[in-house]
Design a protein around this ligand. Structure first.
Ligand code: XMP
Length: 318
């Protein structure tokens, strides 16, 4: 029967046989899948692996540095951090359409990744965290998530790169990947992280993306997520997020009229993200988070809670 331990042993052997003395490059996203893949490949071939972690300027507050520290200090992965946030933000300037944003973010990532490895033509393989559901969806599934939103997990990098793929978890489901990660000694706080989309906060600023809106969103998101953790609710929900709405409304602060943005909180329960229910978070909790966001984040004077289920609503707002 399948155990994480036997999977790890056989996979390490397979990677060694496949790769031989060649070098492998792996793009890390800060998520569970790519981290498990990098750790597996690292166990197999050591420093023949080079990881790349790109700051696209669309990550959560302090996330790039925090995750980079975990990669380096806790997991001892050979990782190169690249700050490309200016490039991403420039390319996103003035773009409103969600699918266009996704495409721009995906293409910019390819450019940055390509540039990062272009000085080094010795890479023969690309390691990717493709999961079984990604494989199925990209081959045969033409259902909602394939046509409504272009999740770009599979086939992300173009053929011209001439790299052969190493996809050690392509037969696994998410919970199996988590088990493998635990067995590999990846810290639990990392394994249990909520899913976070590749385009990041870029699809949570519900309008064109700029630094001012991103910073507002980042602060509000940080308050929501850290309060979920503090009040032991983080593990109760499958995913939680804040969307910054492109709507300004009237408020009052002291004796002053305000005219500022609205933050929408969303938290869902789910098994696989395909369907989801809005999480029935306690009212005192929501009240506390709302007060904190309005008091602490300049530019936001209203907080609403999303009570829509999937379907028909999706988890992300874009
Ligand atoms: P939706 O919004 O389709 O989201 O209900 C389902 C899950 O997928 C994530 N998501 C994405 N992940 N690139 C990704 O890597 C994307 O473009 C993308 N769009 C949505 C979403 O966060 C949720 O976990």
């Amino acid at each position: 029967s399948w155990t994480a331990k036997s999977f790890i042993e056989s996979t390490i052997t397979e990677i060694r046989e496949k790769v031989g003395d060649d070098r492998v490059v792996c793009g890390l996203s800060g998520g569970v899948d790519s981290t498990v893949v990098a750790t597996l490949v690292h166990e197999a071939i050591g420093d023949q692996l080079q990881c790349i972690f790109v700051d696209n300027g669309l990550l959560r507050k302090n996330e790039f540095q925090n995750v980079l520290d975990i990669y380096e200090d806790k997991l001892h992965l050979p990782v190169k951090g690249i700050d490309a946030s200016e490039q991403f933000l420039e390319n996103l300037e003035g773009v409103f359409d969600p699918e266009k944003k996704r495409k721009i973010i995906g293409n910019t990532f390819i450019d940055v990744f390509d540039e990062a490895i272009s000085h080094d033509d010795t890479f023969k393989y690309l390691a990717q965290g493709t999961l079984y559901p990604d494989v199925i969806e990209s081959i045969s599934f033409k259902g909602p998530s394939a046509t409504i939103k272009s999740h770009h997990n599979v086939g992300g990098l173009p053929e011209e790169m001439n790299l052969d793929l190493v996809e050690p978890v392509r037969e696994l489901f998410k919970d199996e990947v988590r088990n493998v990660g635990r067995e590999l000694g990846i810290p639990d706080e990392f394994i249990k992280r909520h899913p976070f989309p590749g385009p990041g906060l870029g699809i949570r600023v519900i309008s064109d993306v700029d630094k001012t809106k991103l910073n507002m969103l980042r602060e509000a998101d940080d308050i929501f997520i850290s309060e979920l953790r503090k009040q032991d609710l983080y593990d109760e929900v499958w995913q939680a997020l804040v969307a910054l709405l492109p709507v300004q409304t009237v408020g009052v602060m002291g004796d002053e009229r305000t005219y500022e943005y609205t933050a929408a909180l969303r938290a869902v329960t789910s098994v696989d993200g395909m369907t989801a229910d809005w999480a029935h978070l306690p009212h005192p909790f929501l009240s506390h988070v709302s007060n904190r966001i309005i008091n602490e984040v300049p530019g936001i004077n209203r907080v609403v809670y999303d009570v829509s289920s999937k379907p028909p609503s999706t988890i992300e707002w874009e």
